[in-house]
Structure formats: structure tokens, C-alpha cells
Design a protein around this ligand. Structure first.
Ligand code: 4AD
Length: 424
């Protein structure tokens, strides 16, 4: 990037008032009169109105320029209360860099069409602020773990066996052998933990979700954490601290993006730890259901709706959850697992204390009708200095949905992958 050019956000300041600046930008809107052309200019930092007068050198190019064209433009910044952004650029020079053909997204704003032309829609003022908030959430997580002394570490995307049950596995051909796309970093994390103790990742996970809901993707970004010596209660406290930190971070850094989205953040400002904890059996009473009932997305949202705060749903029946979860010594019917439900979205994290005993793990693998052979190396970990440990996974897009106030998960990720969408 050249120093000759000023980002729009900087041009919009009293400091620049009366000064000549050059911008590199796109034409967001164009409106013409006989003697004047109004342009709304856009770059990644903001928007500014520009005015081109007929008696300037820029006029001819301004007449030619179309919406979404890229350009280099020079002019004088002037404070003007009538301008939508408080300042305007009085243009003296305009160079078209890439003249845009008629931009296809003009009239049809149906969801279906916008998903088809996603490669063009990702630049829209509807999605860009969501992506900026998304980026800050990734940043916040890394910042949090850096403060806590954690290591970021990765695992493979091709795997031999399931961690989260077979129904959502994506089968692929791995040099003629069957393999699966990873559902979770966790099983590998449990091996890495012996050397690094406190670890996390942010990576794609894959789920062959057949149902179409507004909170499921086939490929999503998964933040996961695993910690040696950590037991169940501390696992919940840790997640509370992380969520509160992320909220504080985005409120601090994304004020303009929230404003651009019209997202009132007063609900986020009220979020405080500790979060309420409800055992599965208490939730059943609240919902009027009996043991074994699997909560729906709607049930989850109902449980959090009244409170307006995240809640932990804990102590699920063993057969409802994953094979690696530790049984509660006080109630053998349930496991030390917790889902964090957040307002408007429902389940956003799932975590547990893990089985750390070899015999117990073998029994659990049998109980879940899995093949012990597929988990040889995972069982092996319990033989060499096993320790109590816990971890969780958080669906990044679900968190982005909540924080940015986005209705559908597809609009929280640039190029969503679902059962019906592999393109663009
Ligand atoms: O509850 P899940 O399946 O837990 C695990 O994968 C554990 N191995 C995590 C761990 O303990 N390290 O998934 C964790 C989270 C869910 O709470 C949800 O937010 C998100 O991942 N998630 C999805 N997000 C979008 N689309 C999907 N299809 C998702 N499936 C799970």
C-alpha cells in the first residue's frame, strides 16, 4: 500500500479538514445532476461522499464511472453537516482503475440469489461488518489464551475414526482407503496435552449435517481447548471467563461495526459471570419432559430466552453424549458434560471432563459399540502417566451469530458449506 493514499476512516476527521487527500476505493453509489455528480466512495475502513463539479478535470471520468468501479481519487476534504458521513471530498482528479460492468446485485435481494452470487455479495455493507466482528473474535480468543499461557497447536483433518459419533462423518477416499474429515481436534489434543498441558486451536471441523437449520454448517470453524489437571467445575469457570473476555473485547473494538449493523449491544453489556447452571434433569422438569428426551434447538433457546444470559446445561445421560466423557461419581447415570446455551442461538459450546482411566475407557468404547481397534492409540494414552483433564469446543459461527446479531449462520462465514451449497 502506498503512503500517498489515505484510508477513508482517516479522511473523515477534522484533522484532514481543508487538506488535499488521495483515496483508493470503490464506487458504492452514484447520483448525478446537470452540474454535479455525487459519489459515495467505499474502502474497507469506511465511506465518504464525494462531489465532482462539471468544471473540473475529473468530470469526464465521473460521468463514465459506474457503481462498484475501483478508482484513485483526489480532492479536498471539507466538513459538511449535510453529507451522510459529516465530511465530503471535493474532487479534483479521478482515475478509473477497474471499470465495473453493471453490478448484478441491484434488484434481486432474495436469499437464494445472494447465496448464488456470494463472491460478489461478500463485499456488501451487510456482510463486511459481520466479518470484521468475526475477525476480532478470533483475535480475542488468541489474546485470551496468550494471557493464560496456552499453546496453539494443530491436528490433522483426515482421520481414521469418529470422535463425535458416526452419523455426521464425511467419508473421503484416502489413497484408496476410507478416511473421514475431522469432527474435532480433541482426541489428538489429549495426546498433545501430555507435553504442552494447556492447549487450544481454531480450525475447521466437518459435520455431514443433513438437516437444514439456521445454526448448522457442514464445515465450521471450531475453537477447542484441552487442559491437563483441569476438572469439571474449573472447565465451566474457564469458559465463563473466556466468553466474558470476548464480549469485552468486541465491545471495545467493534463499536463502528455494531453501529453499521444496527446491532444494539445493551444485552451484551449485561452479560456477567458466573452463568446459571441447570442439570439436564432440572431442564426436563422445566420443559415437562421425561428422562431420555433429547432437547431440540427450540427447547434450548426457550431455556435461555427468559434469562437473557448464557446458561450451562450439565450432567446429561451417558448414552446421549460422547464415549470419552467421564461418568459422575455421584450419579452414575450421567456424565460430567456441559453445553453452553446462548441467547437466540442455543448450544454454542460442548465440553466435558474426560475419562482418564484405561479400564473405564475400554468399557465405554464397548458400551458405545465402537471398535476398540479404531481407538488403540487413544486408549494407549491412559497407560503412560494419565491425569484428570477436561476441554471443550466452541462453534465460532454460532458465537458470531450471537455477538453480531445475525439471524442465519450462513451469513457469519464468507463461503458457507451446507448440504445444499458447495459453490461458490
Ligand atoms: O458438541 P460438539 O460436537 O463437541 C465436540 O466436538 C467436542 N469434541 C469438543 C471438545 O470437547 N473439544 O461440538 C462443539 C461445538 C458445538 O457446541 C457447536 O457450537 C459447534 O461445535 N458445532 C457446530 N457449529 C456449526 N455447525 C455444525 N454442524 C456444528 N456442530 C457442532
Amino acid at each position: 500500500m502506498s503512503d500517498k493514499f489515505t484510508p477513508i476512516v482517516q479522511a473523515l476527521s477534522l484533522e484532514q479538514d481543508g487538506k488535499i487527500v488521495s483515496l483508493r476505493c470503490w464506487i458504492h453509489r452514484k447520483r448525478g445532476q446537470k452540474e454535479l455528480i455525487f459519489l459515495i466512495l467505499r474502502d474497507s475502513t469506511g465511506q465518504i461522499q464525494a462531489i465532482v463539479k462539471k468544471d473540473t478535470d475529473a468530470w469526464k471520468e465521473a460521468e463514465k464511472i459506474t457503481v462498484e468501479s475501483s478508482c484513485e481519487i483526489t480532492g479536498k476534504i471539507k466538513q459538511d453537516r449535510r453529507a451522510p458521513t459529516g465530511y465530503e471530498l471535493q474532487v479534483t482528479k479521478l482515475k478509473i482503475v477497474g471499470l465495473s460492468e453493471a453490478f448484478p446485485i441491484q434488484k434481486d435481494f432474495s436469499e437464494e440469489y445472494l447465496r448464488k452470487v456470494r463472491h460478489l455479495w461478500v463485499r456488501s455493507t451487510k456482510l463486511v461488518p459481520v466479518f470484521k466482528i468475526r475477525s476480532k473474535i478470533f483475535e480475542a480468543i488468541r489474546e485470551f489464551y496468550s494471557i493464560k499461557g496456552y499453546h496453539e497447536i494443530q491436528s490433522p483433518s483426515f482421520t481414521k475414526s469418529a470422535s463425535e459419533g458416526g452419523s455426521t462423518l464425511f467419508k473421503v477416499d484416502y489413497f484408496g482407503e476410507p478416511a473421514y474429515l475431522t469432527q474435532s481436534w480433541q482426541l489428538y489434543a489429549e495426546a498433545l496435552m501430555f507435553g504442552l498441558e494447556k492447549i487450544y486451536c481454531i480450525a475447521p471441523s466437518f459435520r455431514a449435517e443433513k438437516s437444514r437449520t439456521r445454526r448448522h454448517l457442514a464445515e465450521y470453524w471450531h475453537h477447542e481447548m484441552e487442559t491437563a489437571w483441569m476438572e469439571f467445575d474449573d472447565l465451566l469457570k474457564f469458559q465463563e471467563e473466556l466468553i466474558v473476555f470476548i464480549i469485552w473485547y468486541v465491545l471495545k473494538h467493534c463499536e463502528k461495526d455494531f453501529k453499521d449493523l444496527g446491532r444494539d449491544t445493551s444485552d451484551l453489556k449485561k452479560i456477567t459471570a458466573p452463568f446459571k447452571r441447570i442439570k439436564y434433569k432440572e431442564a426436563l422438569k422445566m420443559l415437562g419432559k421425561s428422562w431420555g428426551y433429547d432437547l431440540t434447538d427450540d427447547d434450548e433457546r426457550k431455556l435461555v430466552a427468559d434469562l437473557g444470559q448464557p446458561i450451562f446445561l450439565t450432567h446429561f445421560p451417558r448414552d446421549m453424549k460422547a464415549f470419552y466423557m467421564k461418568v459422575d461419581s455421584e450419579d452414575k447415570k450421567v456424565v460430567l458434560a456441559a453445553d453452553l446455551l446462548i441467547p437466540g442461538v442455543g448450544e454454542t459450546t460442548g465440553g466435558s471432563q474426560r475419562i482418564d482411566d484405561e479400564k473405564e475407557l475400554k468399557e465405554s468404547i464397548k458400551l458405545f459399540k465402537l471398535k476398540p481397534k479404531d481407538y488403540d492409540w487413544y486408549i494407549d494414552l491412559r497407560k503412560y502417566g494419565s491425569v484428570p483433564h477436561s476441554g471443550f469446543g466452541l462453534g465460532m459461527e454460532r458465537l458470531v451469530m450471537w455477538l453480531s446479531g445475525t439471524e442465519h449462520i450462513m451469513d457469519t462465514i464468507p463461503f458457507p458449506r451446507t448440504k445444499d451449497r458447495l459453490e461458490p
